[in-house]
Every structure is written in structure tokens, then in C-alpha cells.
Ligand binder design. Structure first.
Ligand SMILES: [Zn+2]
Length: 366
């Protein structure tokens, strides 16, 4: 993932922040000067803010501007056409720029954000388009658990986990592909794939995230709920993160460098692993939140685990347990294709929220 090292960069940028603060104290103006840059009309941002009573903050180091008024917050960055409006991202047709020593914004930003958001009757953020997953996540591995002669859990009425997993995996693949995300499936039909093969497929695919789909079973038949696992870790995360932060500029793909010493290579993998683990937790939590708000099901939560498919993954990886086939009610629900579609859609929304959070961190970083 291109934003692998963002954590470190954020830490670095926190160290040197020179920020200017602005408040709306100047009386409103009726007209603004405009500039013509690259064939587009631009407005001076600070003048717009002062006229509308919007408070603004500009970080000269990251070149990020944050606008706030009432419940609304907008983040934008000089040189970039990605703008975050509340929790949603939007793309401008021209980038925010600096001209004649001041920050200028293209007219689309004025008409579609400033004029719409920052006035008496505000438009709720939900009415803006959903964040496009493919701006951050280009490729996803979907792993339908079990298959072939390995049925996984079997419900009381005979529903097999391998079939539920595959169906939800296919539905999720369809949703992702419909948004331009490339999908690699470890299996797309009913066949047995060993765990290490699943891991190999994942690690060789150069994907951004790995999502394994399962359904649960327990001898306690009353047990029910949805849970998401991320990889467990035994060694000291804090030390690893500290090491990682000091070595942000190492190129992990540089095999000749890593090949110098086995020990060094192990450390490099550990670093990569630590980043991915933090992201795995974020992804797991996003999926849980989405399921909690979209499905009528008990959300057990995000937990750590030592599943082989997760432990060996070199990218953010989660394992979703969509429900308990051993529970009468959940087996009945998972038997229903409309419900399986809703499960896939909820996972999709969780991935979207995760992608959006990454995008906003990236904007903050720059
Ligand atoms: Zn399973």
C-alpha cells in the first residue's frame, strides 16, 4: 500500500509544526477577487472564510488547511485536489493552490463546499457521495474459508460453512469490483485450498488488504454474534514501533539491502508487520462498527487471534466470523440470501470507512 509509512511521517510532522491561527473577525464582504490559473477560476480562501465566519487553521509545514464552523469541518491541502468534507472525501477538478502568497481554491470548492456547507441551512454530510474505496484500496484478497472436502462448521439443518463463506465472498467481490477495486479470490468455487496456499496467493498478489470470510460454530448453541479477528502478536509492539519510526526511510522492497543480513531482513519484516497489524485492527473495528449499525445482530467485536492465514499475511488482514451456524437463529439467517447480501454490504461499508480513515490520515500527513 502506498501509504504504508504514513504513521511515521505523521510522527515526524508533529515534531515540526508551525501553525497560524485565524478567526473570523473581519466583517463580511460582498465580492472577492478572483484569479485565473491554468484556465480555472480561483478564489482566495482566507477572504472567503472571513466573509462567511469560518475559522481556519493553516499548517505551514504540512500545507494543510482546516476550516471549521458549527459542526462542520473541512480539510484541504495546497497542491492537492482531494478535500475532506466532514467524514467524506471529494475530488476537485483543480487542486488547491498558493497564488500571490495566499491560498486559493478553485470555484468548484466555493460553490460546492463553502456556499453549500457554510450557510444558515446546511446540507447534511451524508448527502455527499460515498467515499470511493478505490482511491485508497486498489486490490483486495477475499478468502472464502474451507471448501471441497473441508465443509467447516455444519448447522443443525445441514447448512455448510464452506457454502455460506463462498457465497458471501462472491457477493463482497461483486460489490468491490463494481467500484473498480480489483479482487483476488483464494477460491471461487467449492474446492479445498490448504491454508499455506491461501497465504501464498495473498502474499504474491500485491494486494492492499486481506479479508477472510468464515462462519462460526460452538458447542454452546445459544452462543451467537458477529466477530472480526486480526492477528495476535507476542513480541513487544512498542519497541518495534519505535524502531520503525526511526527508520522510516528504509526501502522494504530493496532486496539487496535486506539481503545483507538475515537478522536485518527479519527486523524489516517485523516493521512491515507492525504497520500492518495496526491497520488490521483499524479494519477489524471498521467492519464491526458497520455491521453494528447495518445488521440486526449482536456484534461480539474485534479480537486478536493466531489464525495462520492472518499470522503469515504481509498486508492488513482480518478474519470475519459472520455468525454461528451452531445457533438456530443465525443458521436460519445465514440460509437467507438477502441476509448474506446484507452481510456482504456491511463488510463493504466497513472497508469503505477504513479506506476513508486512511485517506484522511494521508491528507493530514501531507
Ligand atoms: Zn471457518
Amino acid at each position: 500500500m502506498k501509504i504504508k509509512n504514513q504513521l511515521v511521517l505523521i510522527l515526524a510532522s508533529f515534531a515540526i509544526i508551525l501553525s497560524l491561527n485565524g478567526c473570523a473577525t473581519v466583517p463580511p464582504k460582498e465580492t472577492f477577487p478572483t484569479y485565473n490559473l491554468n484556465g480555472a477560476t480561483y478564489y482566495p480562501l482566507i477572504a472567503l472564510c472571513e466573509a462567511k465566519g469560518i475559522s481556519w487553521q493553516y499548517d505551514t509545514f504540512t500545507r494543510v488547511v482546516i476550516l471549521e464552523k458549527d459542526a462542520y469541518k473541512v480539510s484541504l491541502k495546497a497542491g492537492d485536489n482531494l478535500v475532506l468534507v466532514g467524514q467524506r472525501a471529494m475530488l476537485l477538478n483543480y487542486p488547491v493552490d498558493i497564488y500571490a502568497g495566499t491560498i486559493v481554491v478553485p470555484d468548484k470548492f466555493k460553490t460546492q463546499v463553502i456556499d453549500v456547507l457554510f450557510k444558515e441551512v446546511s446540507v447534511p454530510a451524508q448527502r455527499l457521495a460515498a467515499f470511493p474505496v478505490s482511491t485508497v484500496i486498489q486490490k483486495v484478497v477475499i478468502d472464502a474459508g474451507h471448501g471441497g472436502n473441508d465443509p467447516g462448521a455444519i448447522g443443525r439443518t445441514g447448512l455448510k460453512e464452506k457454502d455460506v463463506n463462498l457465497d458471501i465472498a462472491r457477493r463482497l467481490a461483486l460489490l468491490l469490483r463494481s467500484e473498480g477495486v480489483e479482487v483476488v479470490m483464494t477460491r471461487s468455487n467449492d474446492r479445498f485450498i490448504p491454508l499455506n496456499t491461501r497465504v501464498k496467493i495473498s502474499n504474491h498478489s500485491r494486494s492492499d488488504i486481506f479479508v477472510s470470510i468464515h462462519s462460526n460454530a460452538n458447542r454452546v448453541r445459544s452462543l451467537n454474534g458477529f466477530e472480526v479477528y486480526y492477528v495476535a502478536i507476542s513480541r513487544n509492539d512498542a519497541r518495534r514501533a519505535l524502531f520503525a519510526s526511526r527508520n522510516a526511510n528504509l526501502n522494504l522492497d530493496n532486496a539487496s539491502f535486506a539481503g545483507n543480513s538475515l537478522e536485518l531482513r527479519a527486523i524489516l519484516w517485523d516493521m512491515l508487520y507492525a504497520y500492518d497489524r495496526a491497520e488490521s485492527i483499524q479494519l477489524a473495528r471498521s467492519i464491526c462498527r458497520s455491521v453494528d449499525s447495518n445488521l440486526d445482530v449482536r456484534v461480539i467485536g474485534a479480537k486478536d487471534a493466531r489464525y495462520e492465514v492472518l499470522r503469515e499475511a504481509r498486508i492488513p488482514a482480518v478474519l470475519v466470523e459472520t455468525g454461528f451456524l451452531s445457533n438456530y437463529n443465525e443458521e436460519r439467517m445465514l440460509k437467507n440470501s438477502a441476509y448474506r447480501q446484507k452481510v456482504a454490504e456491511s463488510i463493504m461499508e466497513g472497508i469503505r470507512d477504513y479506506a476513508q480513515a486512511l485517506a484522511s490520515t494521508e491528507v493530514a500527513k501531507q
